[in-house]
Design a protein around this ligand. Structure first.
Ligand code: ADP
Ligand code: ZN
Length: 787
């Protein structure tokens, strides 16, 4: 048994006795059990059924019985139980907590369900004829015992109840009254009082989904396009893989190469197969999970799936659902009604009775990694789930993660390529602007170079639309004393980071300063607290670019899209809809605008600064920079007009930027992989990171040293050869008043199996009770963020 709120108990769970009242208890069922001295009720999930004679069971002194089982409708399919065990082990998360995040809260609490009464004519006493036969000859049975007198209406009601055979005879009181021609349910109540009808309470989900709401944009009535030769080859290979059990295919298709169409055809192939070979042998139809980044769950993407498959077969899971809707969707999937599930990260836990195919779109996205317990990566969980289900996985991207590319090169994944854009579109030309040169040649501070400014103007005059990317929100990210001898810079009181200025037209002070890490907010100081000078504000942010655009292009129809401007999913969708329908000339935003957008009239893309992620203290800084530029550039030139891209940078010679400008993914990946091989870093080696945090810096350091010591000991004892770095101060030394130390575990390819070496080491210290995932200790296996 895995208890939801238990602390890490290594791999073992809790053992309880199965009471006689639950003869059919199964793995995956959710139950309530007594916990601890006080027998407090706790919820948990059954993870294994042991035999009473099992020596492990024999060893336990006193076994308490399970109290009760929760609604059967929320029990988990077998493969998800196995998957949860794997996640718990691999990502070092207590099993109960893993289950906690597998199962949406709305399902646990049965949100949106209502108890409703149902009635039926009681089953006959033993010895009488079986029910079904009675039903066929109601005439002989509608005789109530002679001492009970019935009114005409009561008799009609009883007749109707006997005649109702659907649903095991159970029927709503109201429906029964209607069938008997009664105006109210009184005759039903009277029959219940007389004991001639029996009743039960049945839970039912009341909030039915409005499927049109998830469609939002009308489904295009266009017939599916004629596949390009490359698409056709991809579909052929993927269709063949459907018969080969588990396997991973990496679909590397450049931006605008029609990857979605390939996914759709692969799904159709799966369903066609099922119709030919399935059902007859009683196989449940196989369902499909399609993962997309949350931000790409636009009406545009979702609309493509809804246009191809009937409404009732598609379930869309996104953050905008109400709890009741989420519950309703979960149930539809669990019951096998929805066989295409489209959703973000956690949709990988969709309770499909049988999975036949998993697709991970934009597989390189770091948002697939969850940054709290369990710290799983949805792409890797997808691969594990497919392995358990014995089905194929498709990973798709224009800029595959080096992890996946490395696996493809090593022959672990099949590599399928779409090297060209769909007919009628070609890749845009990319131009680099050196900002250092621009600074020298032009007076004043301009966020937009002359080149970019001119291009926007020309594009505007020609009737084209523009996308501008700046991956930093706010107005400016430094508030400082202009006197360099003073050197004061405004930092967060709770974190070791600088504060960001956010402009606000409604505030008398003109805006606030905010910490992007803990959310702390303050008024903008007017003078330096140390030397009394008037403060200066510098650095970049989307708000500041917006201001410059408004000044330079009066009348420009401009929309800004970042986490500040887009408060809800609706804001986001409306802004995109308006842009897609031509109601906006220019869309300015953070990385939210860099992916998925397919708007034919976007002829110009500008990157205000390519350098925002380049200097991060993270070995993936180059990879992120390359991906961001390549992805946003991919938004241009999807229609008949050739696209143009202008990238501004202070480092125009940086290889990541250069190669992105040349659309040279393979060149970049090859070069970067060589570097990673040299340093033994992922994906060639494997990594885990443990972050310790505490308000007490000294205590934190002490714990970090103790943990490092335990790790070194186990590493030596087991001859694992894992490299241990630290403990040392994290790049962000303090967050929300907590001091932070980290230890990095790196297993290089010299280790036979780097991933296994890390696992063994973590498991050893975990089982010894020296590493517990809690609020002070975060274990991150395969981390994607290193701050
Ligand atoms: P990607 O995801 O690879 O960037 P999309 O799947 O968004 O590309 O496809 C880009 C556009 O091309 C979409 O509007 C899609 O409808 C269209 N498309 C896909 N396949 C074809 C094809 N074979 N012929 C013409 N248009 C296509
Ligand atoms: Zn802060």
């Amino acid at each position: 048994m895995a208890l939801e709120r238990s602390i890490d108990s290594g791999e073992g769970g809790f053992t309880y006795a199965v009471p006689a009242s639950l003869p059919d208890l199964a793995v995956g069922d959710r139950v309530t059990v007594p916990l601890g001295r006080g027998n407090k009720p706790a919820s948990g999930v059954v993870v294994a059924l042991l035999d009473a004679a099992d020596p492990e069971v024999q060893r336990i002194k006193r076994i308490k019985p399970i109290t009760s089982r929760e609604r059967a409708a929320s029990s988990l399919p077998d493969d998800l139980v196995t998957l949860a065990k794997w996640i718990s082990g691999y990502y070092c998360c207590p099993l109960g907590m893993t289950f906690g995040s597998l199962l949406p809260a709305a399902v646990k609490h049965a949100t949106g369900t209502r108890q409703r009464q149902q009635v039926r004519a009681p089953a006959p006493a033993p010895g009488t004829k079986p029910r079904t036969e009675q039903r066929e000859a109601p005439d002989s049975l509608d005789q109530p015992p002679p001492e009970i007198k019935l009114t005409k209406l009561q008799r009609a009601t009883l007749d109707a109840a006997l005649a109702h055979t659907a649903n095991d005879g159970w029927i709503d009181p109201k429906a029964l009254a209607d069938a008997a021609g009664a105006k109210s349910t009184s005759p039903v109540k009277q029959l219940l009082d007389k004991g001639l009808l029996e009743s039960r309470q049945q839970a039912r989900i009341v909030s039915d989904l409005d499927l049109r709401a998830q469609r939002a944009a009308p489904a295009p009535g266009k017939p599916p396009p004629q596949l390009t030769p490359a698409q056709a080859r991809a579909v052929e290979r993927l269709s063949a893989s459907l018969h080969e059990g588990f396997g991973v295919s990496l679909l590397h298709g450049i931006t605008g190469s029609g990857k979605t169409e390939v996914y759709l055809r692969a799904i159709e192939a799966l369903f066609d197969d099922a119709e030919v070979s399935g059902s007859a042998d009683g196989k449940t139809t196989r369902g499909v999970i399609v993962l997309v980044p949350e931000i790409a769950l636009t009406p545009q993407t979702v609309g493509r799936f809804l246009a191809r498959f009937p409404d009732g077969e598609v379930a869309v899971l996104h953050s905008g659902l109400t709890a009741a809707q989420r519950h309703a969707q979960w149930q539809r999937i669990r019951d096998g009604h929805a066989r295409v599930v489209v959703g973000a990260r956690s949709a990988i836990f969709a309770p499909l009775p049988k999975v036949g195919l998993i697709i991970v779109d934009e597989e390189h996205e770091s948002s697939y990694k969850q940054d709290q317990l369990p710290r799983y990566h949805a792409r890797d969980v997808a691969i594990k789930r497919a392995q358990l289900a014995g089905c194929p996985v498709i990973l798709g991207s224009a800029t595959p993660s080096l992890e996946s590319y490395h696996n493809a090169k090593a022959g672990n994944f099949a590599l399928i390529e779409l090297p060209d854009r769909v007919p009628g579109a070609v890749l845009p030309k990319v131009e680099l602007v050196d900002l250092a040169k621009e600074r020298q040649e032009r007076k004043g501070i301009h966020l937009l170079s002359q080149r970019l400014e001119n291009a926007i103007r020309q594009n505007l005059d020609a009737g084209g639309q523009t996308i501008l990317l700046l991956n930093r929100r706010g107005y400016a990210n430094y508030i400082a004393c202009p006197d360099h001898r003073c050197g004061w810079m405004m930092r967060c009181h709770h974190c070791d980071v600088t504060m960001v200025y956010h402009r606000s037209k409604t505030l008398p002070t003109g805006g606030v300063v905010r910490c992007h890490h803990c959310g702390a907010e303050q008024m903008l100081p007017q003078i330096c607290p140390e030397s009394g000078h008037k403060v200066t504000i510098f650095g970049l942010g989307t708000q500041r670019v917006e201001e410059e655009l408004e000044r330079k292009f009066p009348g420009l129809r401009l929309a800004r899209m970042d986490a500040d401007a887009m408060r809800t999913a609706k804001d986001y969708q409306q802004t995109l809809d308006t842009f897609a329908s031509g109601g906006t000339d220019l869309l300015l935003g953070t990385q939210m605008i860099a992916k998925g957008l397919d708007v034919a009239n976007v002829r110009l893309v500008g990157v205000v600064s390519a350098d925002t992620s380049l200097n991060f203290p993270d070995f993936r800084a180059s990879e992120r920079t390359f991906q961001l530029i390549a992805q946003v550039a991919g938004r241009a030139g999807r229609g008949e007009h050739r696209g143009q891209v202008i990238v501004q940078s202070f480092n125009p010679d940086d290889p990541a930027i250069q190669l992105a400008a040349e659309h040279d993914y393979v060149g970049f990946a090859t070069k970067e992989l060589a570097l990673r091989t040299e340093t033994g870093l992922p994906p060639v080696g494997r990594m885990a990171r443990i972050v310790l945090r505490d308000t007490d810096d000294l205590a934190n350091k002490k714990r970090a040293h103790e943990l490092a010591h335990a790790l070194h000991q186990a590493n030596d004892q087991l001859h694992l050869g894992v490299r241990l770095r630290g403990p040392s101060v994290c790049p962000i030394a303090r967050l929300a008043d907590h001091h932070r130390q980290h230890i990095e575990l790196i297993a290089s390819p010299g280790n036979n199996n780097p991933a296994a070496a890390i696992q063994k080491l973590l498991t050893a210290v975990r089982n010894a009770g020296r590493l517990i995932s809690d609020t002070h200790t975060a274990v991150d296996v395969d981390p994607v963020a290193l701050l």
